[in-house]
Structure formats: C-alpha cells, structure tokens
Design a binder for this molecule. Structure first.
Ligand SMILES: *[C@@H]1O[C@H](CO)[C@@H](O)[C@H](O)[C@H]1NC(C)=O
Ligand SMILES: *[C@@H]1O[C@H](CO)[C@@H](O)[C@H](O)[C@H]1NC(C)=O
Length: 297
C-alpha cells in the first residue's frame, strides 16, 4: 500500500516538475486569422508544446467563438480588445507567476498594448513576428517603391483614415501612420500614437516595457504586406517623407527615450531578428533554432 502511495506521489511530482519547468506562453493572432486556426496559430501552439513539453499556452480569442474572433480583428477597437485580453490573462491561475508572449502581425502591437496597459501577471519575454510597432503607411501588396500608383492610393486613404468614425470602426485604421503628416497622426490616431507615447508620456508604459527581460522583434525579409516592413523593428519613414527609413537609433522616439527603448537597448533587452520569409510564411526549424531555443527555454 505504502509503496503504491509513494509511487503515485512520485508520479505527481514528476508531472508537476515537467509542467512547471517552462514559462507559460500567451499568443495573439494576426488579421484574417483566429486563435485556433489549424494552419497558423494552432500549428504554432502544437510545435511549441512539442518543443517545450507540458508548457501551458493561451491563444487569445477575442470574442465568444472563432467567428467573432475573426470579425473583432477588423472591427473592434484595440482598446476594447486589450481589455478582453487583460481579463482572460488575469483570470487564468496558471499565468499568475508570469508568462512569455508571442504576437503575430497586428497581434504584435496588440499584445504590446496588453503589456503596457494590463495590470496583472508579469510578461517576461515578448516576441513579435512581423509586427507593426510604428503602424503602417500603405496597403498590403502595394509597395509605392515598385508600384508608383500605390503612393497615390495611400495618400487618398490618408484623407479618411483619421476621421473619428473610421478610427472607431476599423481596427486597421488605428495603425495608420501617415509620415507626411506626423502632427495629424500624433493627434488623430487613436491607438499606435497613444501606446508609443506620442502625445503624452505615460510613465507606466515605460515601466511596463522595461520590466521585460527580452523584447524580441522579428522582421520578415521578403515582407510585402507590412509597409514599410521596418515597422516590425520599430522603425519608420523619416518624418515628413515616405520613402527613406530612419533607423530606430536615430529617431526622436529613441533619442529622447520617450518610450524607454533606449534604456532597454543599453540593457541588452532589444533583439532585432530578420526572418527570411514573406508575411504568411513560417518555418518551424528556423523558428525553433533562432527563437524558441534562445528565448523560451
Ligand atoms: C459574447 O456574447 C455576448 C452575448 O451574445 C455579447 O454581448 C458579447 O458582446 C460577446 N463578446 C464579445 C467579446 O464579442
Ligand atoms: C497610463 O496608462 C495607464 C494604463 O493604461 C492608465 O491607467 C493611466 O491612466 C495612463 N496615464 C496617463 C497619464 O495617461
């Protein structure tokens, strides 16, 4: 009897050790996607569970089902989405000791908003994949550098993007960053400009960002959806023009350290990674070697 008992205690201990050895992971999907898509987020989760046996994962669903989740990615303001995500994270006891986070595409700037705004368990490492930390100025597959008409299209869209009715109804409009009109962007954009401390400096945002152990930003080399793709590394067009990219370390955001990024850089917390992919591509072998083995083990 005693032996059997000991055996069970032993089993319980083993199971606990295995499941407690990896920090849980919270994931936030991109546009035209859901928490549980078999060929994207669910696949990533399955790979992570294989590489990190027993790891607890939460792929955020914004809405009551995947249909709502998909729709909310287009129509719900990031502020509301983040509140929902915050309550999911806060009500999961398995996340109480902290978690790592992975954002995919627009999920990158949304999960960064979760970090900056949500009082709750600590986010330790933040990994963003093809994110748009500086927003974007352009529409997918329409690169003004190669297709001149695309510049006209984005200029036209810019006349509407900052209307308050559009900002309220289109998630993507809240990522619109017209570098030709920085002042309008700073004052009328209702999400990216706010979380990037463009209007006022919110010290909480700096503190929360700097509480990360690592902030890993993955840019996709052959990106055609995110314009400019450098937004994935927190870089953008130089103010007042829309062709040349200003390196992060030369930008005012960095130099004045309005968001605390300079300090993070000096502390060795910023990691800029280049993946050899187009936007929807994913290669697990590469990802495991360059991201999972380095930052999630
Ligand atoms: C979940 O469903 C309820 C009832 O239909 C609805 O009121 C609510 O808005 C839904 N939640 C989200 C986040 O869409
Ligand atoms: C800063 O952000 C926090 C978290 O979102 C918020 O509660 C607070 O009101 C903000 N402070 C200012 C000055 O905007």
């Amino acid at each position: 009897m005693n032996k059997i008992c000991n055996f069970f205690i032993f089993l319980v201990l083993i199971t606990r050790t295995v499941s407690e050895s990896y920090t849980p992971i919270v994931l936030w999907h991109g546009m035209v996607d859901t928490c549980c898509n078999e060929i994207s987020m669910d696949m990533l989760v399955r790979h992570l569970k294989e590489a990190l046996p027993g790891v607890h994962t939460v792929s955020l669903m914004i809405g009551n089902n995947t249909k709502e989740d998909l729709r909310n990615g287009f129509l719900m303001h990031p502020n509301e989405q983040i509140e929902i995500a915050c309550s999911i994270v806060n009500s999961d006891p398995l996340l109480a000791d902290g978690y790592n986070a992975i954002g995919v595409s627009q999920g990158s700037q949304l999960i960064r908003g979760l970090l900056q705004r949500c009082p709750g368990p600590r986010m330790k490492t933040l990994i963003t994949m093809a994110g748009q930390h500086q927003g974007y100025y352009g529409i997918p597959f329409c690169d003004p550098l190669t297709i001149p008409r695309c510049d006209f299209i984005r200029k036209t869209l810019s006349r509407f993007a900052y209307l308050s009715s559009i900002q309220k109804q289109s998630t993507q409009a809240t990522f619109w960053h017209d570098s030709l009109n920085e002042e309008t962007y700073k004052h009328k954009n209702t999400y990216i400009a706010e979380i990037n401390n463009e209007r006022v400096i919110n010290k909480t945002y700096i503190t929360k960002l700097q509480s990360l152990e690592n902030f890993v930003m993955i840019k996709y080399e052959k990106e055609t959806m995110v314009i400019p793709k450098d937004s994935s590394w927190f870089e953008f067009y130089a103010p007042g023009q829309s062709t040349k990219i200003l390196p992060l370390r030369e930008s005012d955001l960095y130099i004045s350290d309005r968001l605390g990024l300079k300090q993070m850089d000096q502390d060795g917390k910023l990691h800029f990674i280049l993946a050899p992919w187009v936007h929807w591509e994913f290669d697990w072998t590469w990802y495991k070697k360059n991201v999972v083995d380095v930052f999630l083990k």
